[in-house]
Design a protein around this ligand. Structure first.
Ligand SMILES: [Zn+2]
Ligand SMILES: [Zn+2]
Length: 339
């Protein structure tokens, strides 16, 4: 989407003992089926990096893909979760029950994986925050009603199955080792796996060839001074990845690819243009986040309201951090203006 990348075949992965299994995702924003990576351990078992979504279609696809690859899902050594989104951790509880393997997740996404950070509850708890973005009361009510209706047949992971994993941890496999990199942005606790020697990077949703990794509004770390500034953190991490020497990126969705530098440079340009639009609008007078929505999204779209608010707020935060925008009114509603 943001630059030329070259797709790489799964056979180059298999030389490293990596099997990529695609699991369908029932929402378009994800950017296609989610990848589960089964990585061969020295003892013949497998480590899973991500699990796919726990819908019946998801479980069927995962079992079919695993048996085709010769991976025994009852003989897993570890289940490593890249981040706390359903299309990545959805089958973790089931697979942990079947194999006895522990589920490794970063502390900052733990709440999501155990079901303590459900979206409907988050909206309710932080209602005043959403109103402060300028969201009309009626729209906030509609967002809440939509969130309350969303499916709840999700299996969260029992806390006693979890193992905390963080920056710098090493994981050894049969053919290579990886270092865990904590790269917050897409979520606060997102991790990637870096095989430095092989120049292979398991990027999950941090670097995707086909869609931008949404800097989703996340209040799990608080809403004041401690608020997680998704895009600011994301861009820091993405700049770090950009400078790595890599031959192969294994994303959370879509085939393996090379050419991450052009892709990320294109993405940085994409955000620069979004910020320029917001800045142009704010030069004409102060506005709330809600009032800025049409500068990036011409059409009102209730099901995508939180994503749209997230995107505008995230870009405003980048402008604020670089002193180009500042808060000019801080009451029940917050207004921003050009600095
Ligand atoms: Zn994803
Ligand atoms: Zn995600």
């Amino acid at each position: 989407m943001h630059g030329e990348t070259t797709d790489l075949s799964d056979s180059s992965l298999r030389e490293l003992g990596i099997h990529r299994i695609e699991v369908p995702v029932p929402f378009v924003e994800a950017g296609g089926p989610a990848n589960v990576y089964a990585i061969e351990d020295a003892d013949g078992r497998y480590t899973l990096f991500d699990t796919g979504i726990g819908t019946s279609d998801g479980i069927i696809a995962l079992r079919a893909g695993a048996s085709q690859a010769g991976v025994d899902l009852r003989a897993l050594s570890r289940i490593v979760i890249s981040h706390g989104h359903l299309d990545h951790f959805g089958n973790a509880q089931l697979l942990s029950e079947e194999s006895g393997a522990k589920v490794y997740v970063h502390d900052h996404d733990r709440e999501k994986v155990i079901g303590d950070a459900r979206f409907a509850a988050m909206l309710r708890k932080h209602r005043a925050y959403f109103l402060s973005l300028g969201v009309p009361v009626e729209t906030a009510d509609q967002m809440q009603a939509a969130a309350d209706k969303s499916p709840s047949q999700i299996r969260y992971v029992e806390p006693e199955r979890l193992v905390s994993i963080g920056e710098g941890a090493m994981l050894d496999f049969k053919h290579f080792s990886v270092k865990v990199k904590h790269l917050p942005g897409h979520t606060p606790g997102l991790i990637c796996l870096w095989a430095e020697r092989q120049r292979v990077f398991f990027a999950d949703d941090h670097v995707l060839a086909r869609v931008s990794p949404n800097p989703v509004l996340d209040l799990s770390q608080g809403e004041g001074e401690t608020k997680f500034r998704a895009l600011c953190r994301y861009l820091e991490g993405a700049k770090w990845v950009r400078d790595l020497e890599l031959e192969m990126v294994l994303p959370g969705h879509g085939p393996a690819f090379s050419g991450h530098r052009g892709l990320l440079d294109g993405l940085f340009g994409f955000y620069d243009r979004r910020q320029a639009k917001i800045l142009a609008k704010l030069s004409a007078g102060p506005a709330t986040i809600y009032e800025l929505l049409p500068t990036l999204f011409p059409r009102r779209d209730l099901p995508r309201m939180v994503l749209m608010l997230s995107e505008v707020l995230a870009n405003v935060e980048v402008l604020e951090d670089s002193k180009r925008v500042r808060v000019v009114e801080r009451g029940d509603v917050v207004r921003y203006g050009a600095a």
